[in-house]
Each structure stands twice: as C-alpha cells, then as structure tokens.
Design a protein around this ligand. Structure first.
Ligand SMILES: [Zn+2]
Length: 119
C-alpha cells in the first residue's frame, strides 16, 4: 500500500463537496501525483472499503461514486443534466417498513434527482 497515494485520495475525498467517481479521483489526483493510475486507485479504494473508511454509491447506469464514511447519514441528489451526485446536508428519514423475519435494517439510502444549481 502506497501511503502517499492513499493520503492523497483521503485528502481529495475530504475536500470534495460531493461523492467522486474513480475517474474524477484520478483526474484530481494527477494534479498532485502525475503518475497515479487506475490500478493504484482501485487498490486503495478496495483497501479503504474493506476497512469501512469509504463507501461506494451506485446508481443505475452510473459509475460508482465514493465518499468517506460519515457518521451522519444523509440523502443524495443526482443531477439529471450534468449527472453529478451531491450530498444533501439535511436529515434523512428512512420510511419504516415491516421486513420479513430475519432481516435487520442497519442503514438505508435516499436519492433525489432533478437539476442542480449549476444546470
Ligand atoms: Zn447539474
């Protein structure tokens, strides 16, 4: 594990106001470490996911976006024009459901879609 590259990815995700795809992480990362490549970023992402430092967000037809694990669950917003995903700093209310026996809810995901302020 290359510590310097991992530190960089941590920094990029900390400073980003929204979850980033691997491609976005690489393009920002190259400003700091020009030789950072997809294989390295993949390895670091996998490692961080295993340690629960990172979560991946998947939306149909979209590349997975990553963000640092947050202790505050929040809804996401996907812009239908630029396809960027934003974190919404508002409380998330997950509807209560009656699950079949044996299932236990530990979290959830709320995604809104529409247009962002830039579009
Ligand atoms: Zn937009």
């Amino acid at each position: 594990m290359n510590t310097r590259q991992k530190q960089l990815i941590l920094k990029i995700l900390t400073q980003s106001e929204r979850p980033l795809s691997k491609r976005e992480i690489i393009s920002i990362g190259r400003k700091y470490i020009p030789k950072i490549g997809p294989a390295t970023v993949d390895r670091i992402i996998r490692n961080m996911r295993e340690k629960s430092e990172l979560v991946g967000l998947s939306f149909p037809g979209q590349p997975t976006r990553y963000e640092l694990t947050s202790d505050k669950e929040h809804p996401h917003f996907i812009c239908r024009v630029c396809e960027k995903v934003y974190d919404l700093d508002i409380p998330m209310i997950i509807p209560k459901v009656n699950l079949p026996q044996g299932f236990k809810v530990l979290g959830g995901e709320v995604v809104y879609s529409g247009t962002c302020p830039k579009c």
